[in-house]
Design a protein around this ligand. Structure first.
Ligand code: TXA
Ligand code: MG
Length: 349
């Protein structure tokens, strides 16, 4: 069975952190809050413990994990070499929602990297995550704490719903703040390459790096034609149970298209869900509306997105019509997740 402990998010009590640390040290699995989403942690230096993460989540074996550290000094033991770009990015964005990929050192087991010669590392900006990693005394490998393919968890409740009974401990430290996962930047490519847009925006990165490119597959959210550099990007992800259609374009044209489609589906007797922003009134005639933040403040959409996608499962709608967003700032990460949730069902108007 899974133990559930609630802690103070900003000043976590030492007892629960010690308990979590000892579970990790003896090879167990602990879910914990970070500033992005909840993570499912195991001792990153223990291949068997890490294998347990894949089993609990039903995660494909070839999708590598991010190693979480509580300080920069822990990075040198995990990688071959810390590059200049890595130094600059850690200075600017750690602790925070940025994951860097470097050549892997010898101590990291193949279960973490899925056999790649690189490793992903990040220092989260959350007192509970940092306290837990320090208490464990080892680096912590952690993917998002959802069942593979489901929307990432932004509350401990989401974790319990997905993984209750399959892991040792859930530490509830309140809702995650950013709401989408960290930005993943590959520093082993000839120039820094964003494999997954996330909490640190492209605009933020451009202020620190001379040049930075975005993997085309990361922008479109598509599977791409060639082998994706970030293995995780090739799987269906973030998906609610009902098929999700993403409608992109100018706001008014998108609204008109959603109303049309909703009418057609309702005529077929299907329950329609609409993912929108700002104001329910606009779509209340179309179906069950879930609002996720404000269109002009993409951070608010990021924070609300995954809980909104999970709401549609509870409502048991048959089809979801989701309004697109502009790709500015964290809007790029939101659109990447929505396109992946749509799995190619994208309508441009
Ligand atoms: O915000 C986050 O990053 C959260 C919290 C818990 O820290 N974690 C997270 O982990 O989102 P996960 O496993 O859901 O996503 C990790 C992503 C995957 O797309 C994976 O393929 C990629 O990082 N990744 C990990 N190691 C990699 C590597 N060596 N090379 C390329 N991509 C890698
Ligand atoms: Mg994930």
């Amino acid at each position: 069975s899974t133990k559930y402990i609630t802690v103070d998010p900003s000043h976590p009590e030492p007892g629960p952190l010690e308990e979590g640390g000892s579970v990790l040290r003896r090879g167990g699995l602990v879910a914990f809050p970070t500033e992005t989403v909840y993570g499912l942690g195991a001792n990153a230096l223990d291949g068997r413990a890490v294998a347990g993460i894949f089993e609990a989540k039903g995660r494909p074996q070839d999708n590598p994990l991010i190693v979480h550290v509580a300080g920069r000094e822990a990075v040198s033991g995990l990688v071959k070499k810390i590059t200049g770009a890595a130094e600059a990015l850690m200075d600017a964005f750690w602790p925070g929602p940025l994951t860097i990929i470097l050549s892997v050192g010898e101590v990291v087991p193949a279960q973490v990297t899925a056999g790649l010669d690189t490793v992903a590392v990040r220092m989260p900006d959350h007192p509970v995550a940092l306290g837990l990693i320090r208490a464990a005394g080892v680096p912590v490998a952690a993917p998002s704490a959802n069942t593979s393919g489901r929307p990432s968890p932004t509350t401990a409740r989401h974790v319990l719903n997905d993984l209750g009974g399959r892991i040792d401990l859930i530490i509830d430290g309140g809702p995650a703040g950013v709401g989408v996962e960290s930005t993943v930047v590959d520093l082993t490519a000839p120039a820094p390459l964003v494999l997954r847009p996330g909490g640190v925006t492209l605009e933020d990165l451009s202020e620190v790096l001379e040049s930075v490119a975005v993997d085309p597959a990361a922008r479109s959210g598509s599977k791409g034609r060639c082998r994706p550099r970030s293995p995780g990007m090739k799987y269906t992800h973030y998906a609610p149970r009902a098929p999700l259609f993403l409608i992109e374009g100018e706001v008014k044209a998108v609204a008109a298209k959603i109303m049309d489609l909703a009418r057609e589906y309702r005529a077929q007797g299907r329950r329609v869900g609409v993912l929108s922003y700002n104001d329910k009134g606009d779509f209340s005639a179309a179906g069950e509306v879930v609002l996720a933040g404000r269109r002009d403040k993409p951070e608010t959409v990021a924070a609300a997105l995954y809980a909104a996608l999970r709401r549609f499962d509870e409502m048991e709608v048959d089809v979801i019509l989701a309004e697109g967003l502009t790709e500015q700032g964290i809007g790029l990460a939101v659109m990447n997740r929505l396109r992946k949730a749509a799995g190619g069902k994208i309508i441009r108007v």
